[in-house]
Design a protein around this ligand. Structure first.
Ligand code: G3I
Length: 365
């Protein structure tokens, strides 16, 4: 079927060939022609092809300050996660006040752009506000105040935020309970406290999906065992949990078989699984002389492809979302935390689709 589109001084004749690729013949007014083959799959965007949510961690300042960033979020993603603005330290300003400005902005942005919001995160050792930590509450008062916080936050966004990371990163490498933070110092049974936090969230919004989120889960069998044991304890106590998140901050060099076997083990819980903070490091040796060559971009594309294919192999009732931790290499957290020469995401600094984007797309069924 031919379509003729007149674009200014150019005639564009669109031929749909039998291979399914579209060849576009550009003819200028002098009659010179130039045929360009465009594979339709490169035209479809992630959120249009995916049968589950495609999320991105976003920041209000970037949504407000960079129109290309906001356009990219709307174009490619169907869900947003606050990279930091929905954490306790950013909402819970004092014992008598909350700051809803950023979280309200993000919820409204998502609503206005027909996107979902994944709430990140209610309880994280790294994000208790200083005023709270300095109060040195005993376990009774500590928990009563946290219950009010969870009830107020989840309640405010009831029906608007469809899922929450209720608790984030409580296990250290190997699976022991993390020593940092105040939880371990306040509670003799931290797991019981976490379970009750899931109860408080469920009571505040019975329809929200409630997740436990951590990193290196599919690589660290000890941490995975500790998580599975916590899920068992939750179920025995009647504490609600709907899903588990592995952040997936991995690299081009992460062992593929280890990832896949760990992921299958995690899937054996039968819970929803969220690849919750996906980014694929390429400068794995933190080299100052690193060059993101074409070969490196293709390796990254292959890594994204097999991770997405692995996720697609899940039973449909365990699929929730794949979230990239950021939108563009331009603003990735890794250039600060890992190395300035790092290019972990799907869009480059100019919001162009990288081979990694195509790899992700090719992994989708
Ligand atoms: O934007 C403000 C800026 O206006 C202010 O001047 C500056 C100094 O206070 O802070 C800036 O905000 C910083 C924000 O990142 C944006 O860059 C916050 O201080 C800083 O705490 C925040 O760090 C975030 C970190 O979590 C802590 O919340 C990172 O962006 C975010 O990528 C990181 O994400 C975590 C996940 O939540 C959990 N998994 C690991 C992941 C990476 O550490």
């Amino acid at each position: 079927m031919k379509k003729q589109i007149i674009l200014g001084v150019l005639y564009v004749l669109l031929f749909t060939s039998c291979s399914g690729d579209e060849s576009i013949v550009l003819i200028n007014v002098d009659g010179a022609s130039n045929e360009v083959t465009v594979n339709p799959s490169t035209q479809i965007n992630l959120k249009e092809k995916a049968k589950f949510k495609i999320g991105a961690a976003v920041k209000v300042a970037d949504l407000q300050g960079d129109v290309n960033y906001s356009n990219a979020v709307r174009t490619h993603y169907s869900q947003i996660t606050a990279e930091y603005e929905m954490k306790m330290a950013n909402i819970w300003s004092s014992s008598t006040s909350y700051n809803w400005t950023s979280s309200d902005y993000l919820v409204n942005y998502a609503k206005n752009n027909n996107m979902e919001v994944h709430g990140h995160t209610l309880i994280w050792y790294n994000s208790f506000p200083d005023w709270f930590k300095n109060a040195k509450y005993d376990s009774i008062v500590f928990e009563s105040k946290v219950k009010i916080y969870i009830t107020d936050v989840v309640g405010r966004y009831k029906g608007k935020i469809k899922s929450w990371d209720v608790v984030n990163e409580v296990f250290a490498d190997g699976g022991a309970l993390r020593e940092e933070g105040i939880i371990k110092t306040v509670f003799k049974d931290p797991i019981g406290f976490y379970g009750r936090c899931f109860q408080y969230a469920r009571a505040a919004d019975p329809d929200a999906k409630l997740f436990y989120n951590d990193y290196s889960v599919v690589l660290d069998s000890g941490k995975r065992a500790a998580m599975k044991n916590m899920v068992k304890k939750f179920k025995a106590k009647g504490y609600p949990i709907d899903g588990l998140g592995d952040q997936f901050h991995y690299g081009n060099d992460t062992n593929k078989q280890t990832i896949i076997s760990g992921f299958l083990d995690l899937a054996s819980t039968g819970l929803l699984l969220h690849i919750s903070e996906l980014d694929i490091k390429v400068n794995v040796n933190k080299s100052d002389s690193y060059v993101f060559t074409d070969a490196e971009t293709q390796k990254q594309a292959a890594t994204y492809k097999y991770i997405v294919e692995m996720y697609e192999a899940l039973p449909v009732n365990q699929k929730f979302a794949i979230t990239t931790w950021g939108v563009t290499d331009k603003y990735t957290w890794l250039t600060g935390w890992w190395h300035p020469k790092e290019y972990p995401l799907l869009l480059d600094n100019n919001y162009n689709k990288k081979p990694a984007y195509q790899g992700f797309l090719n992994g989708l069924k």
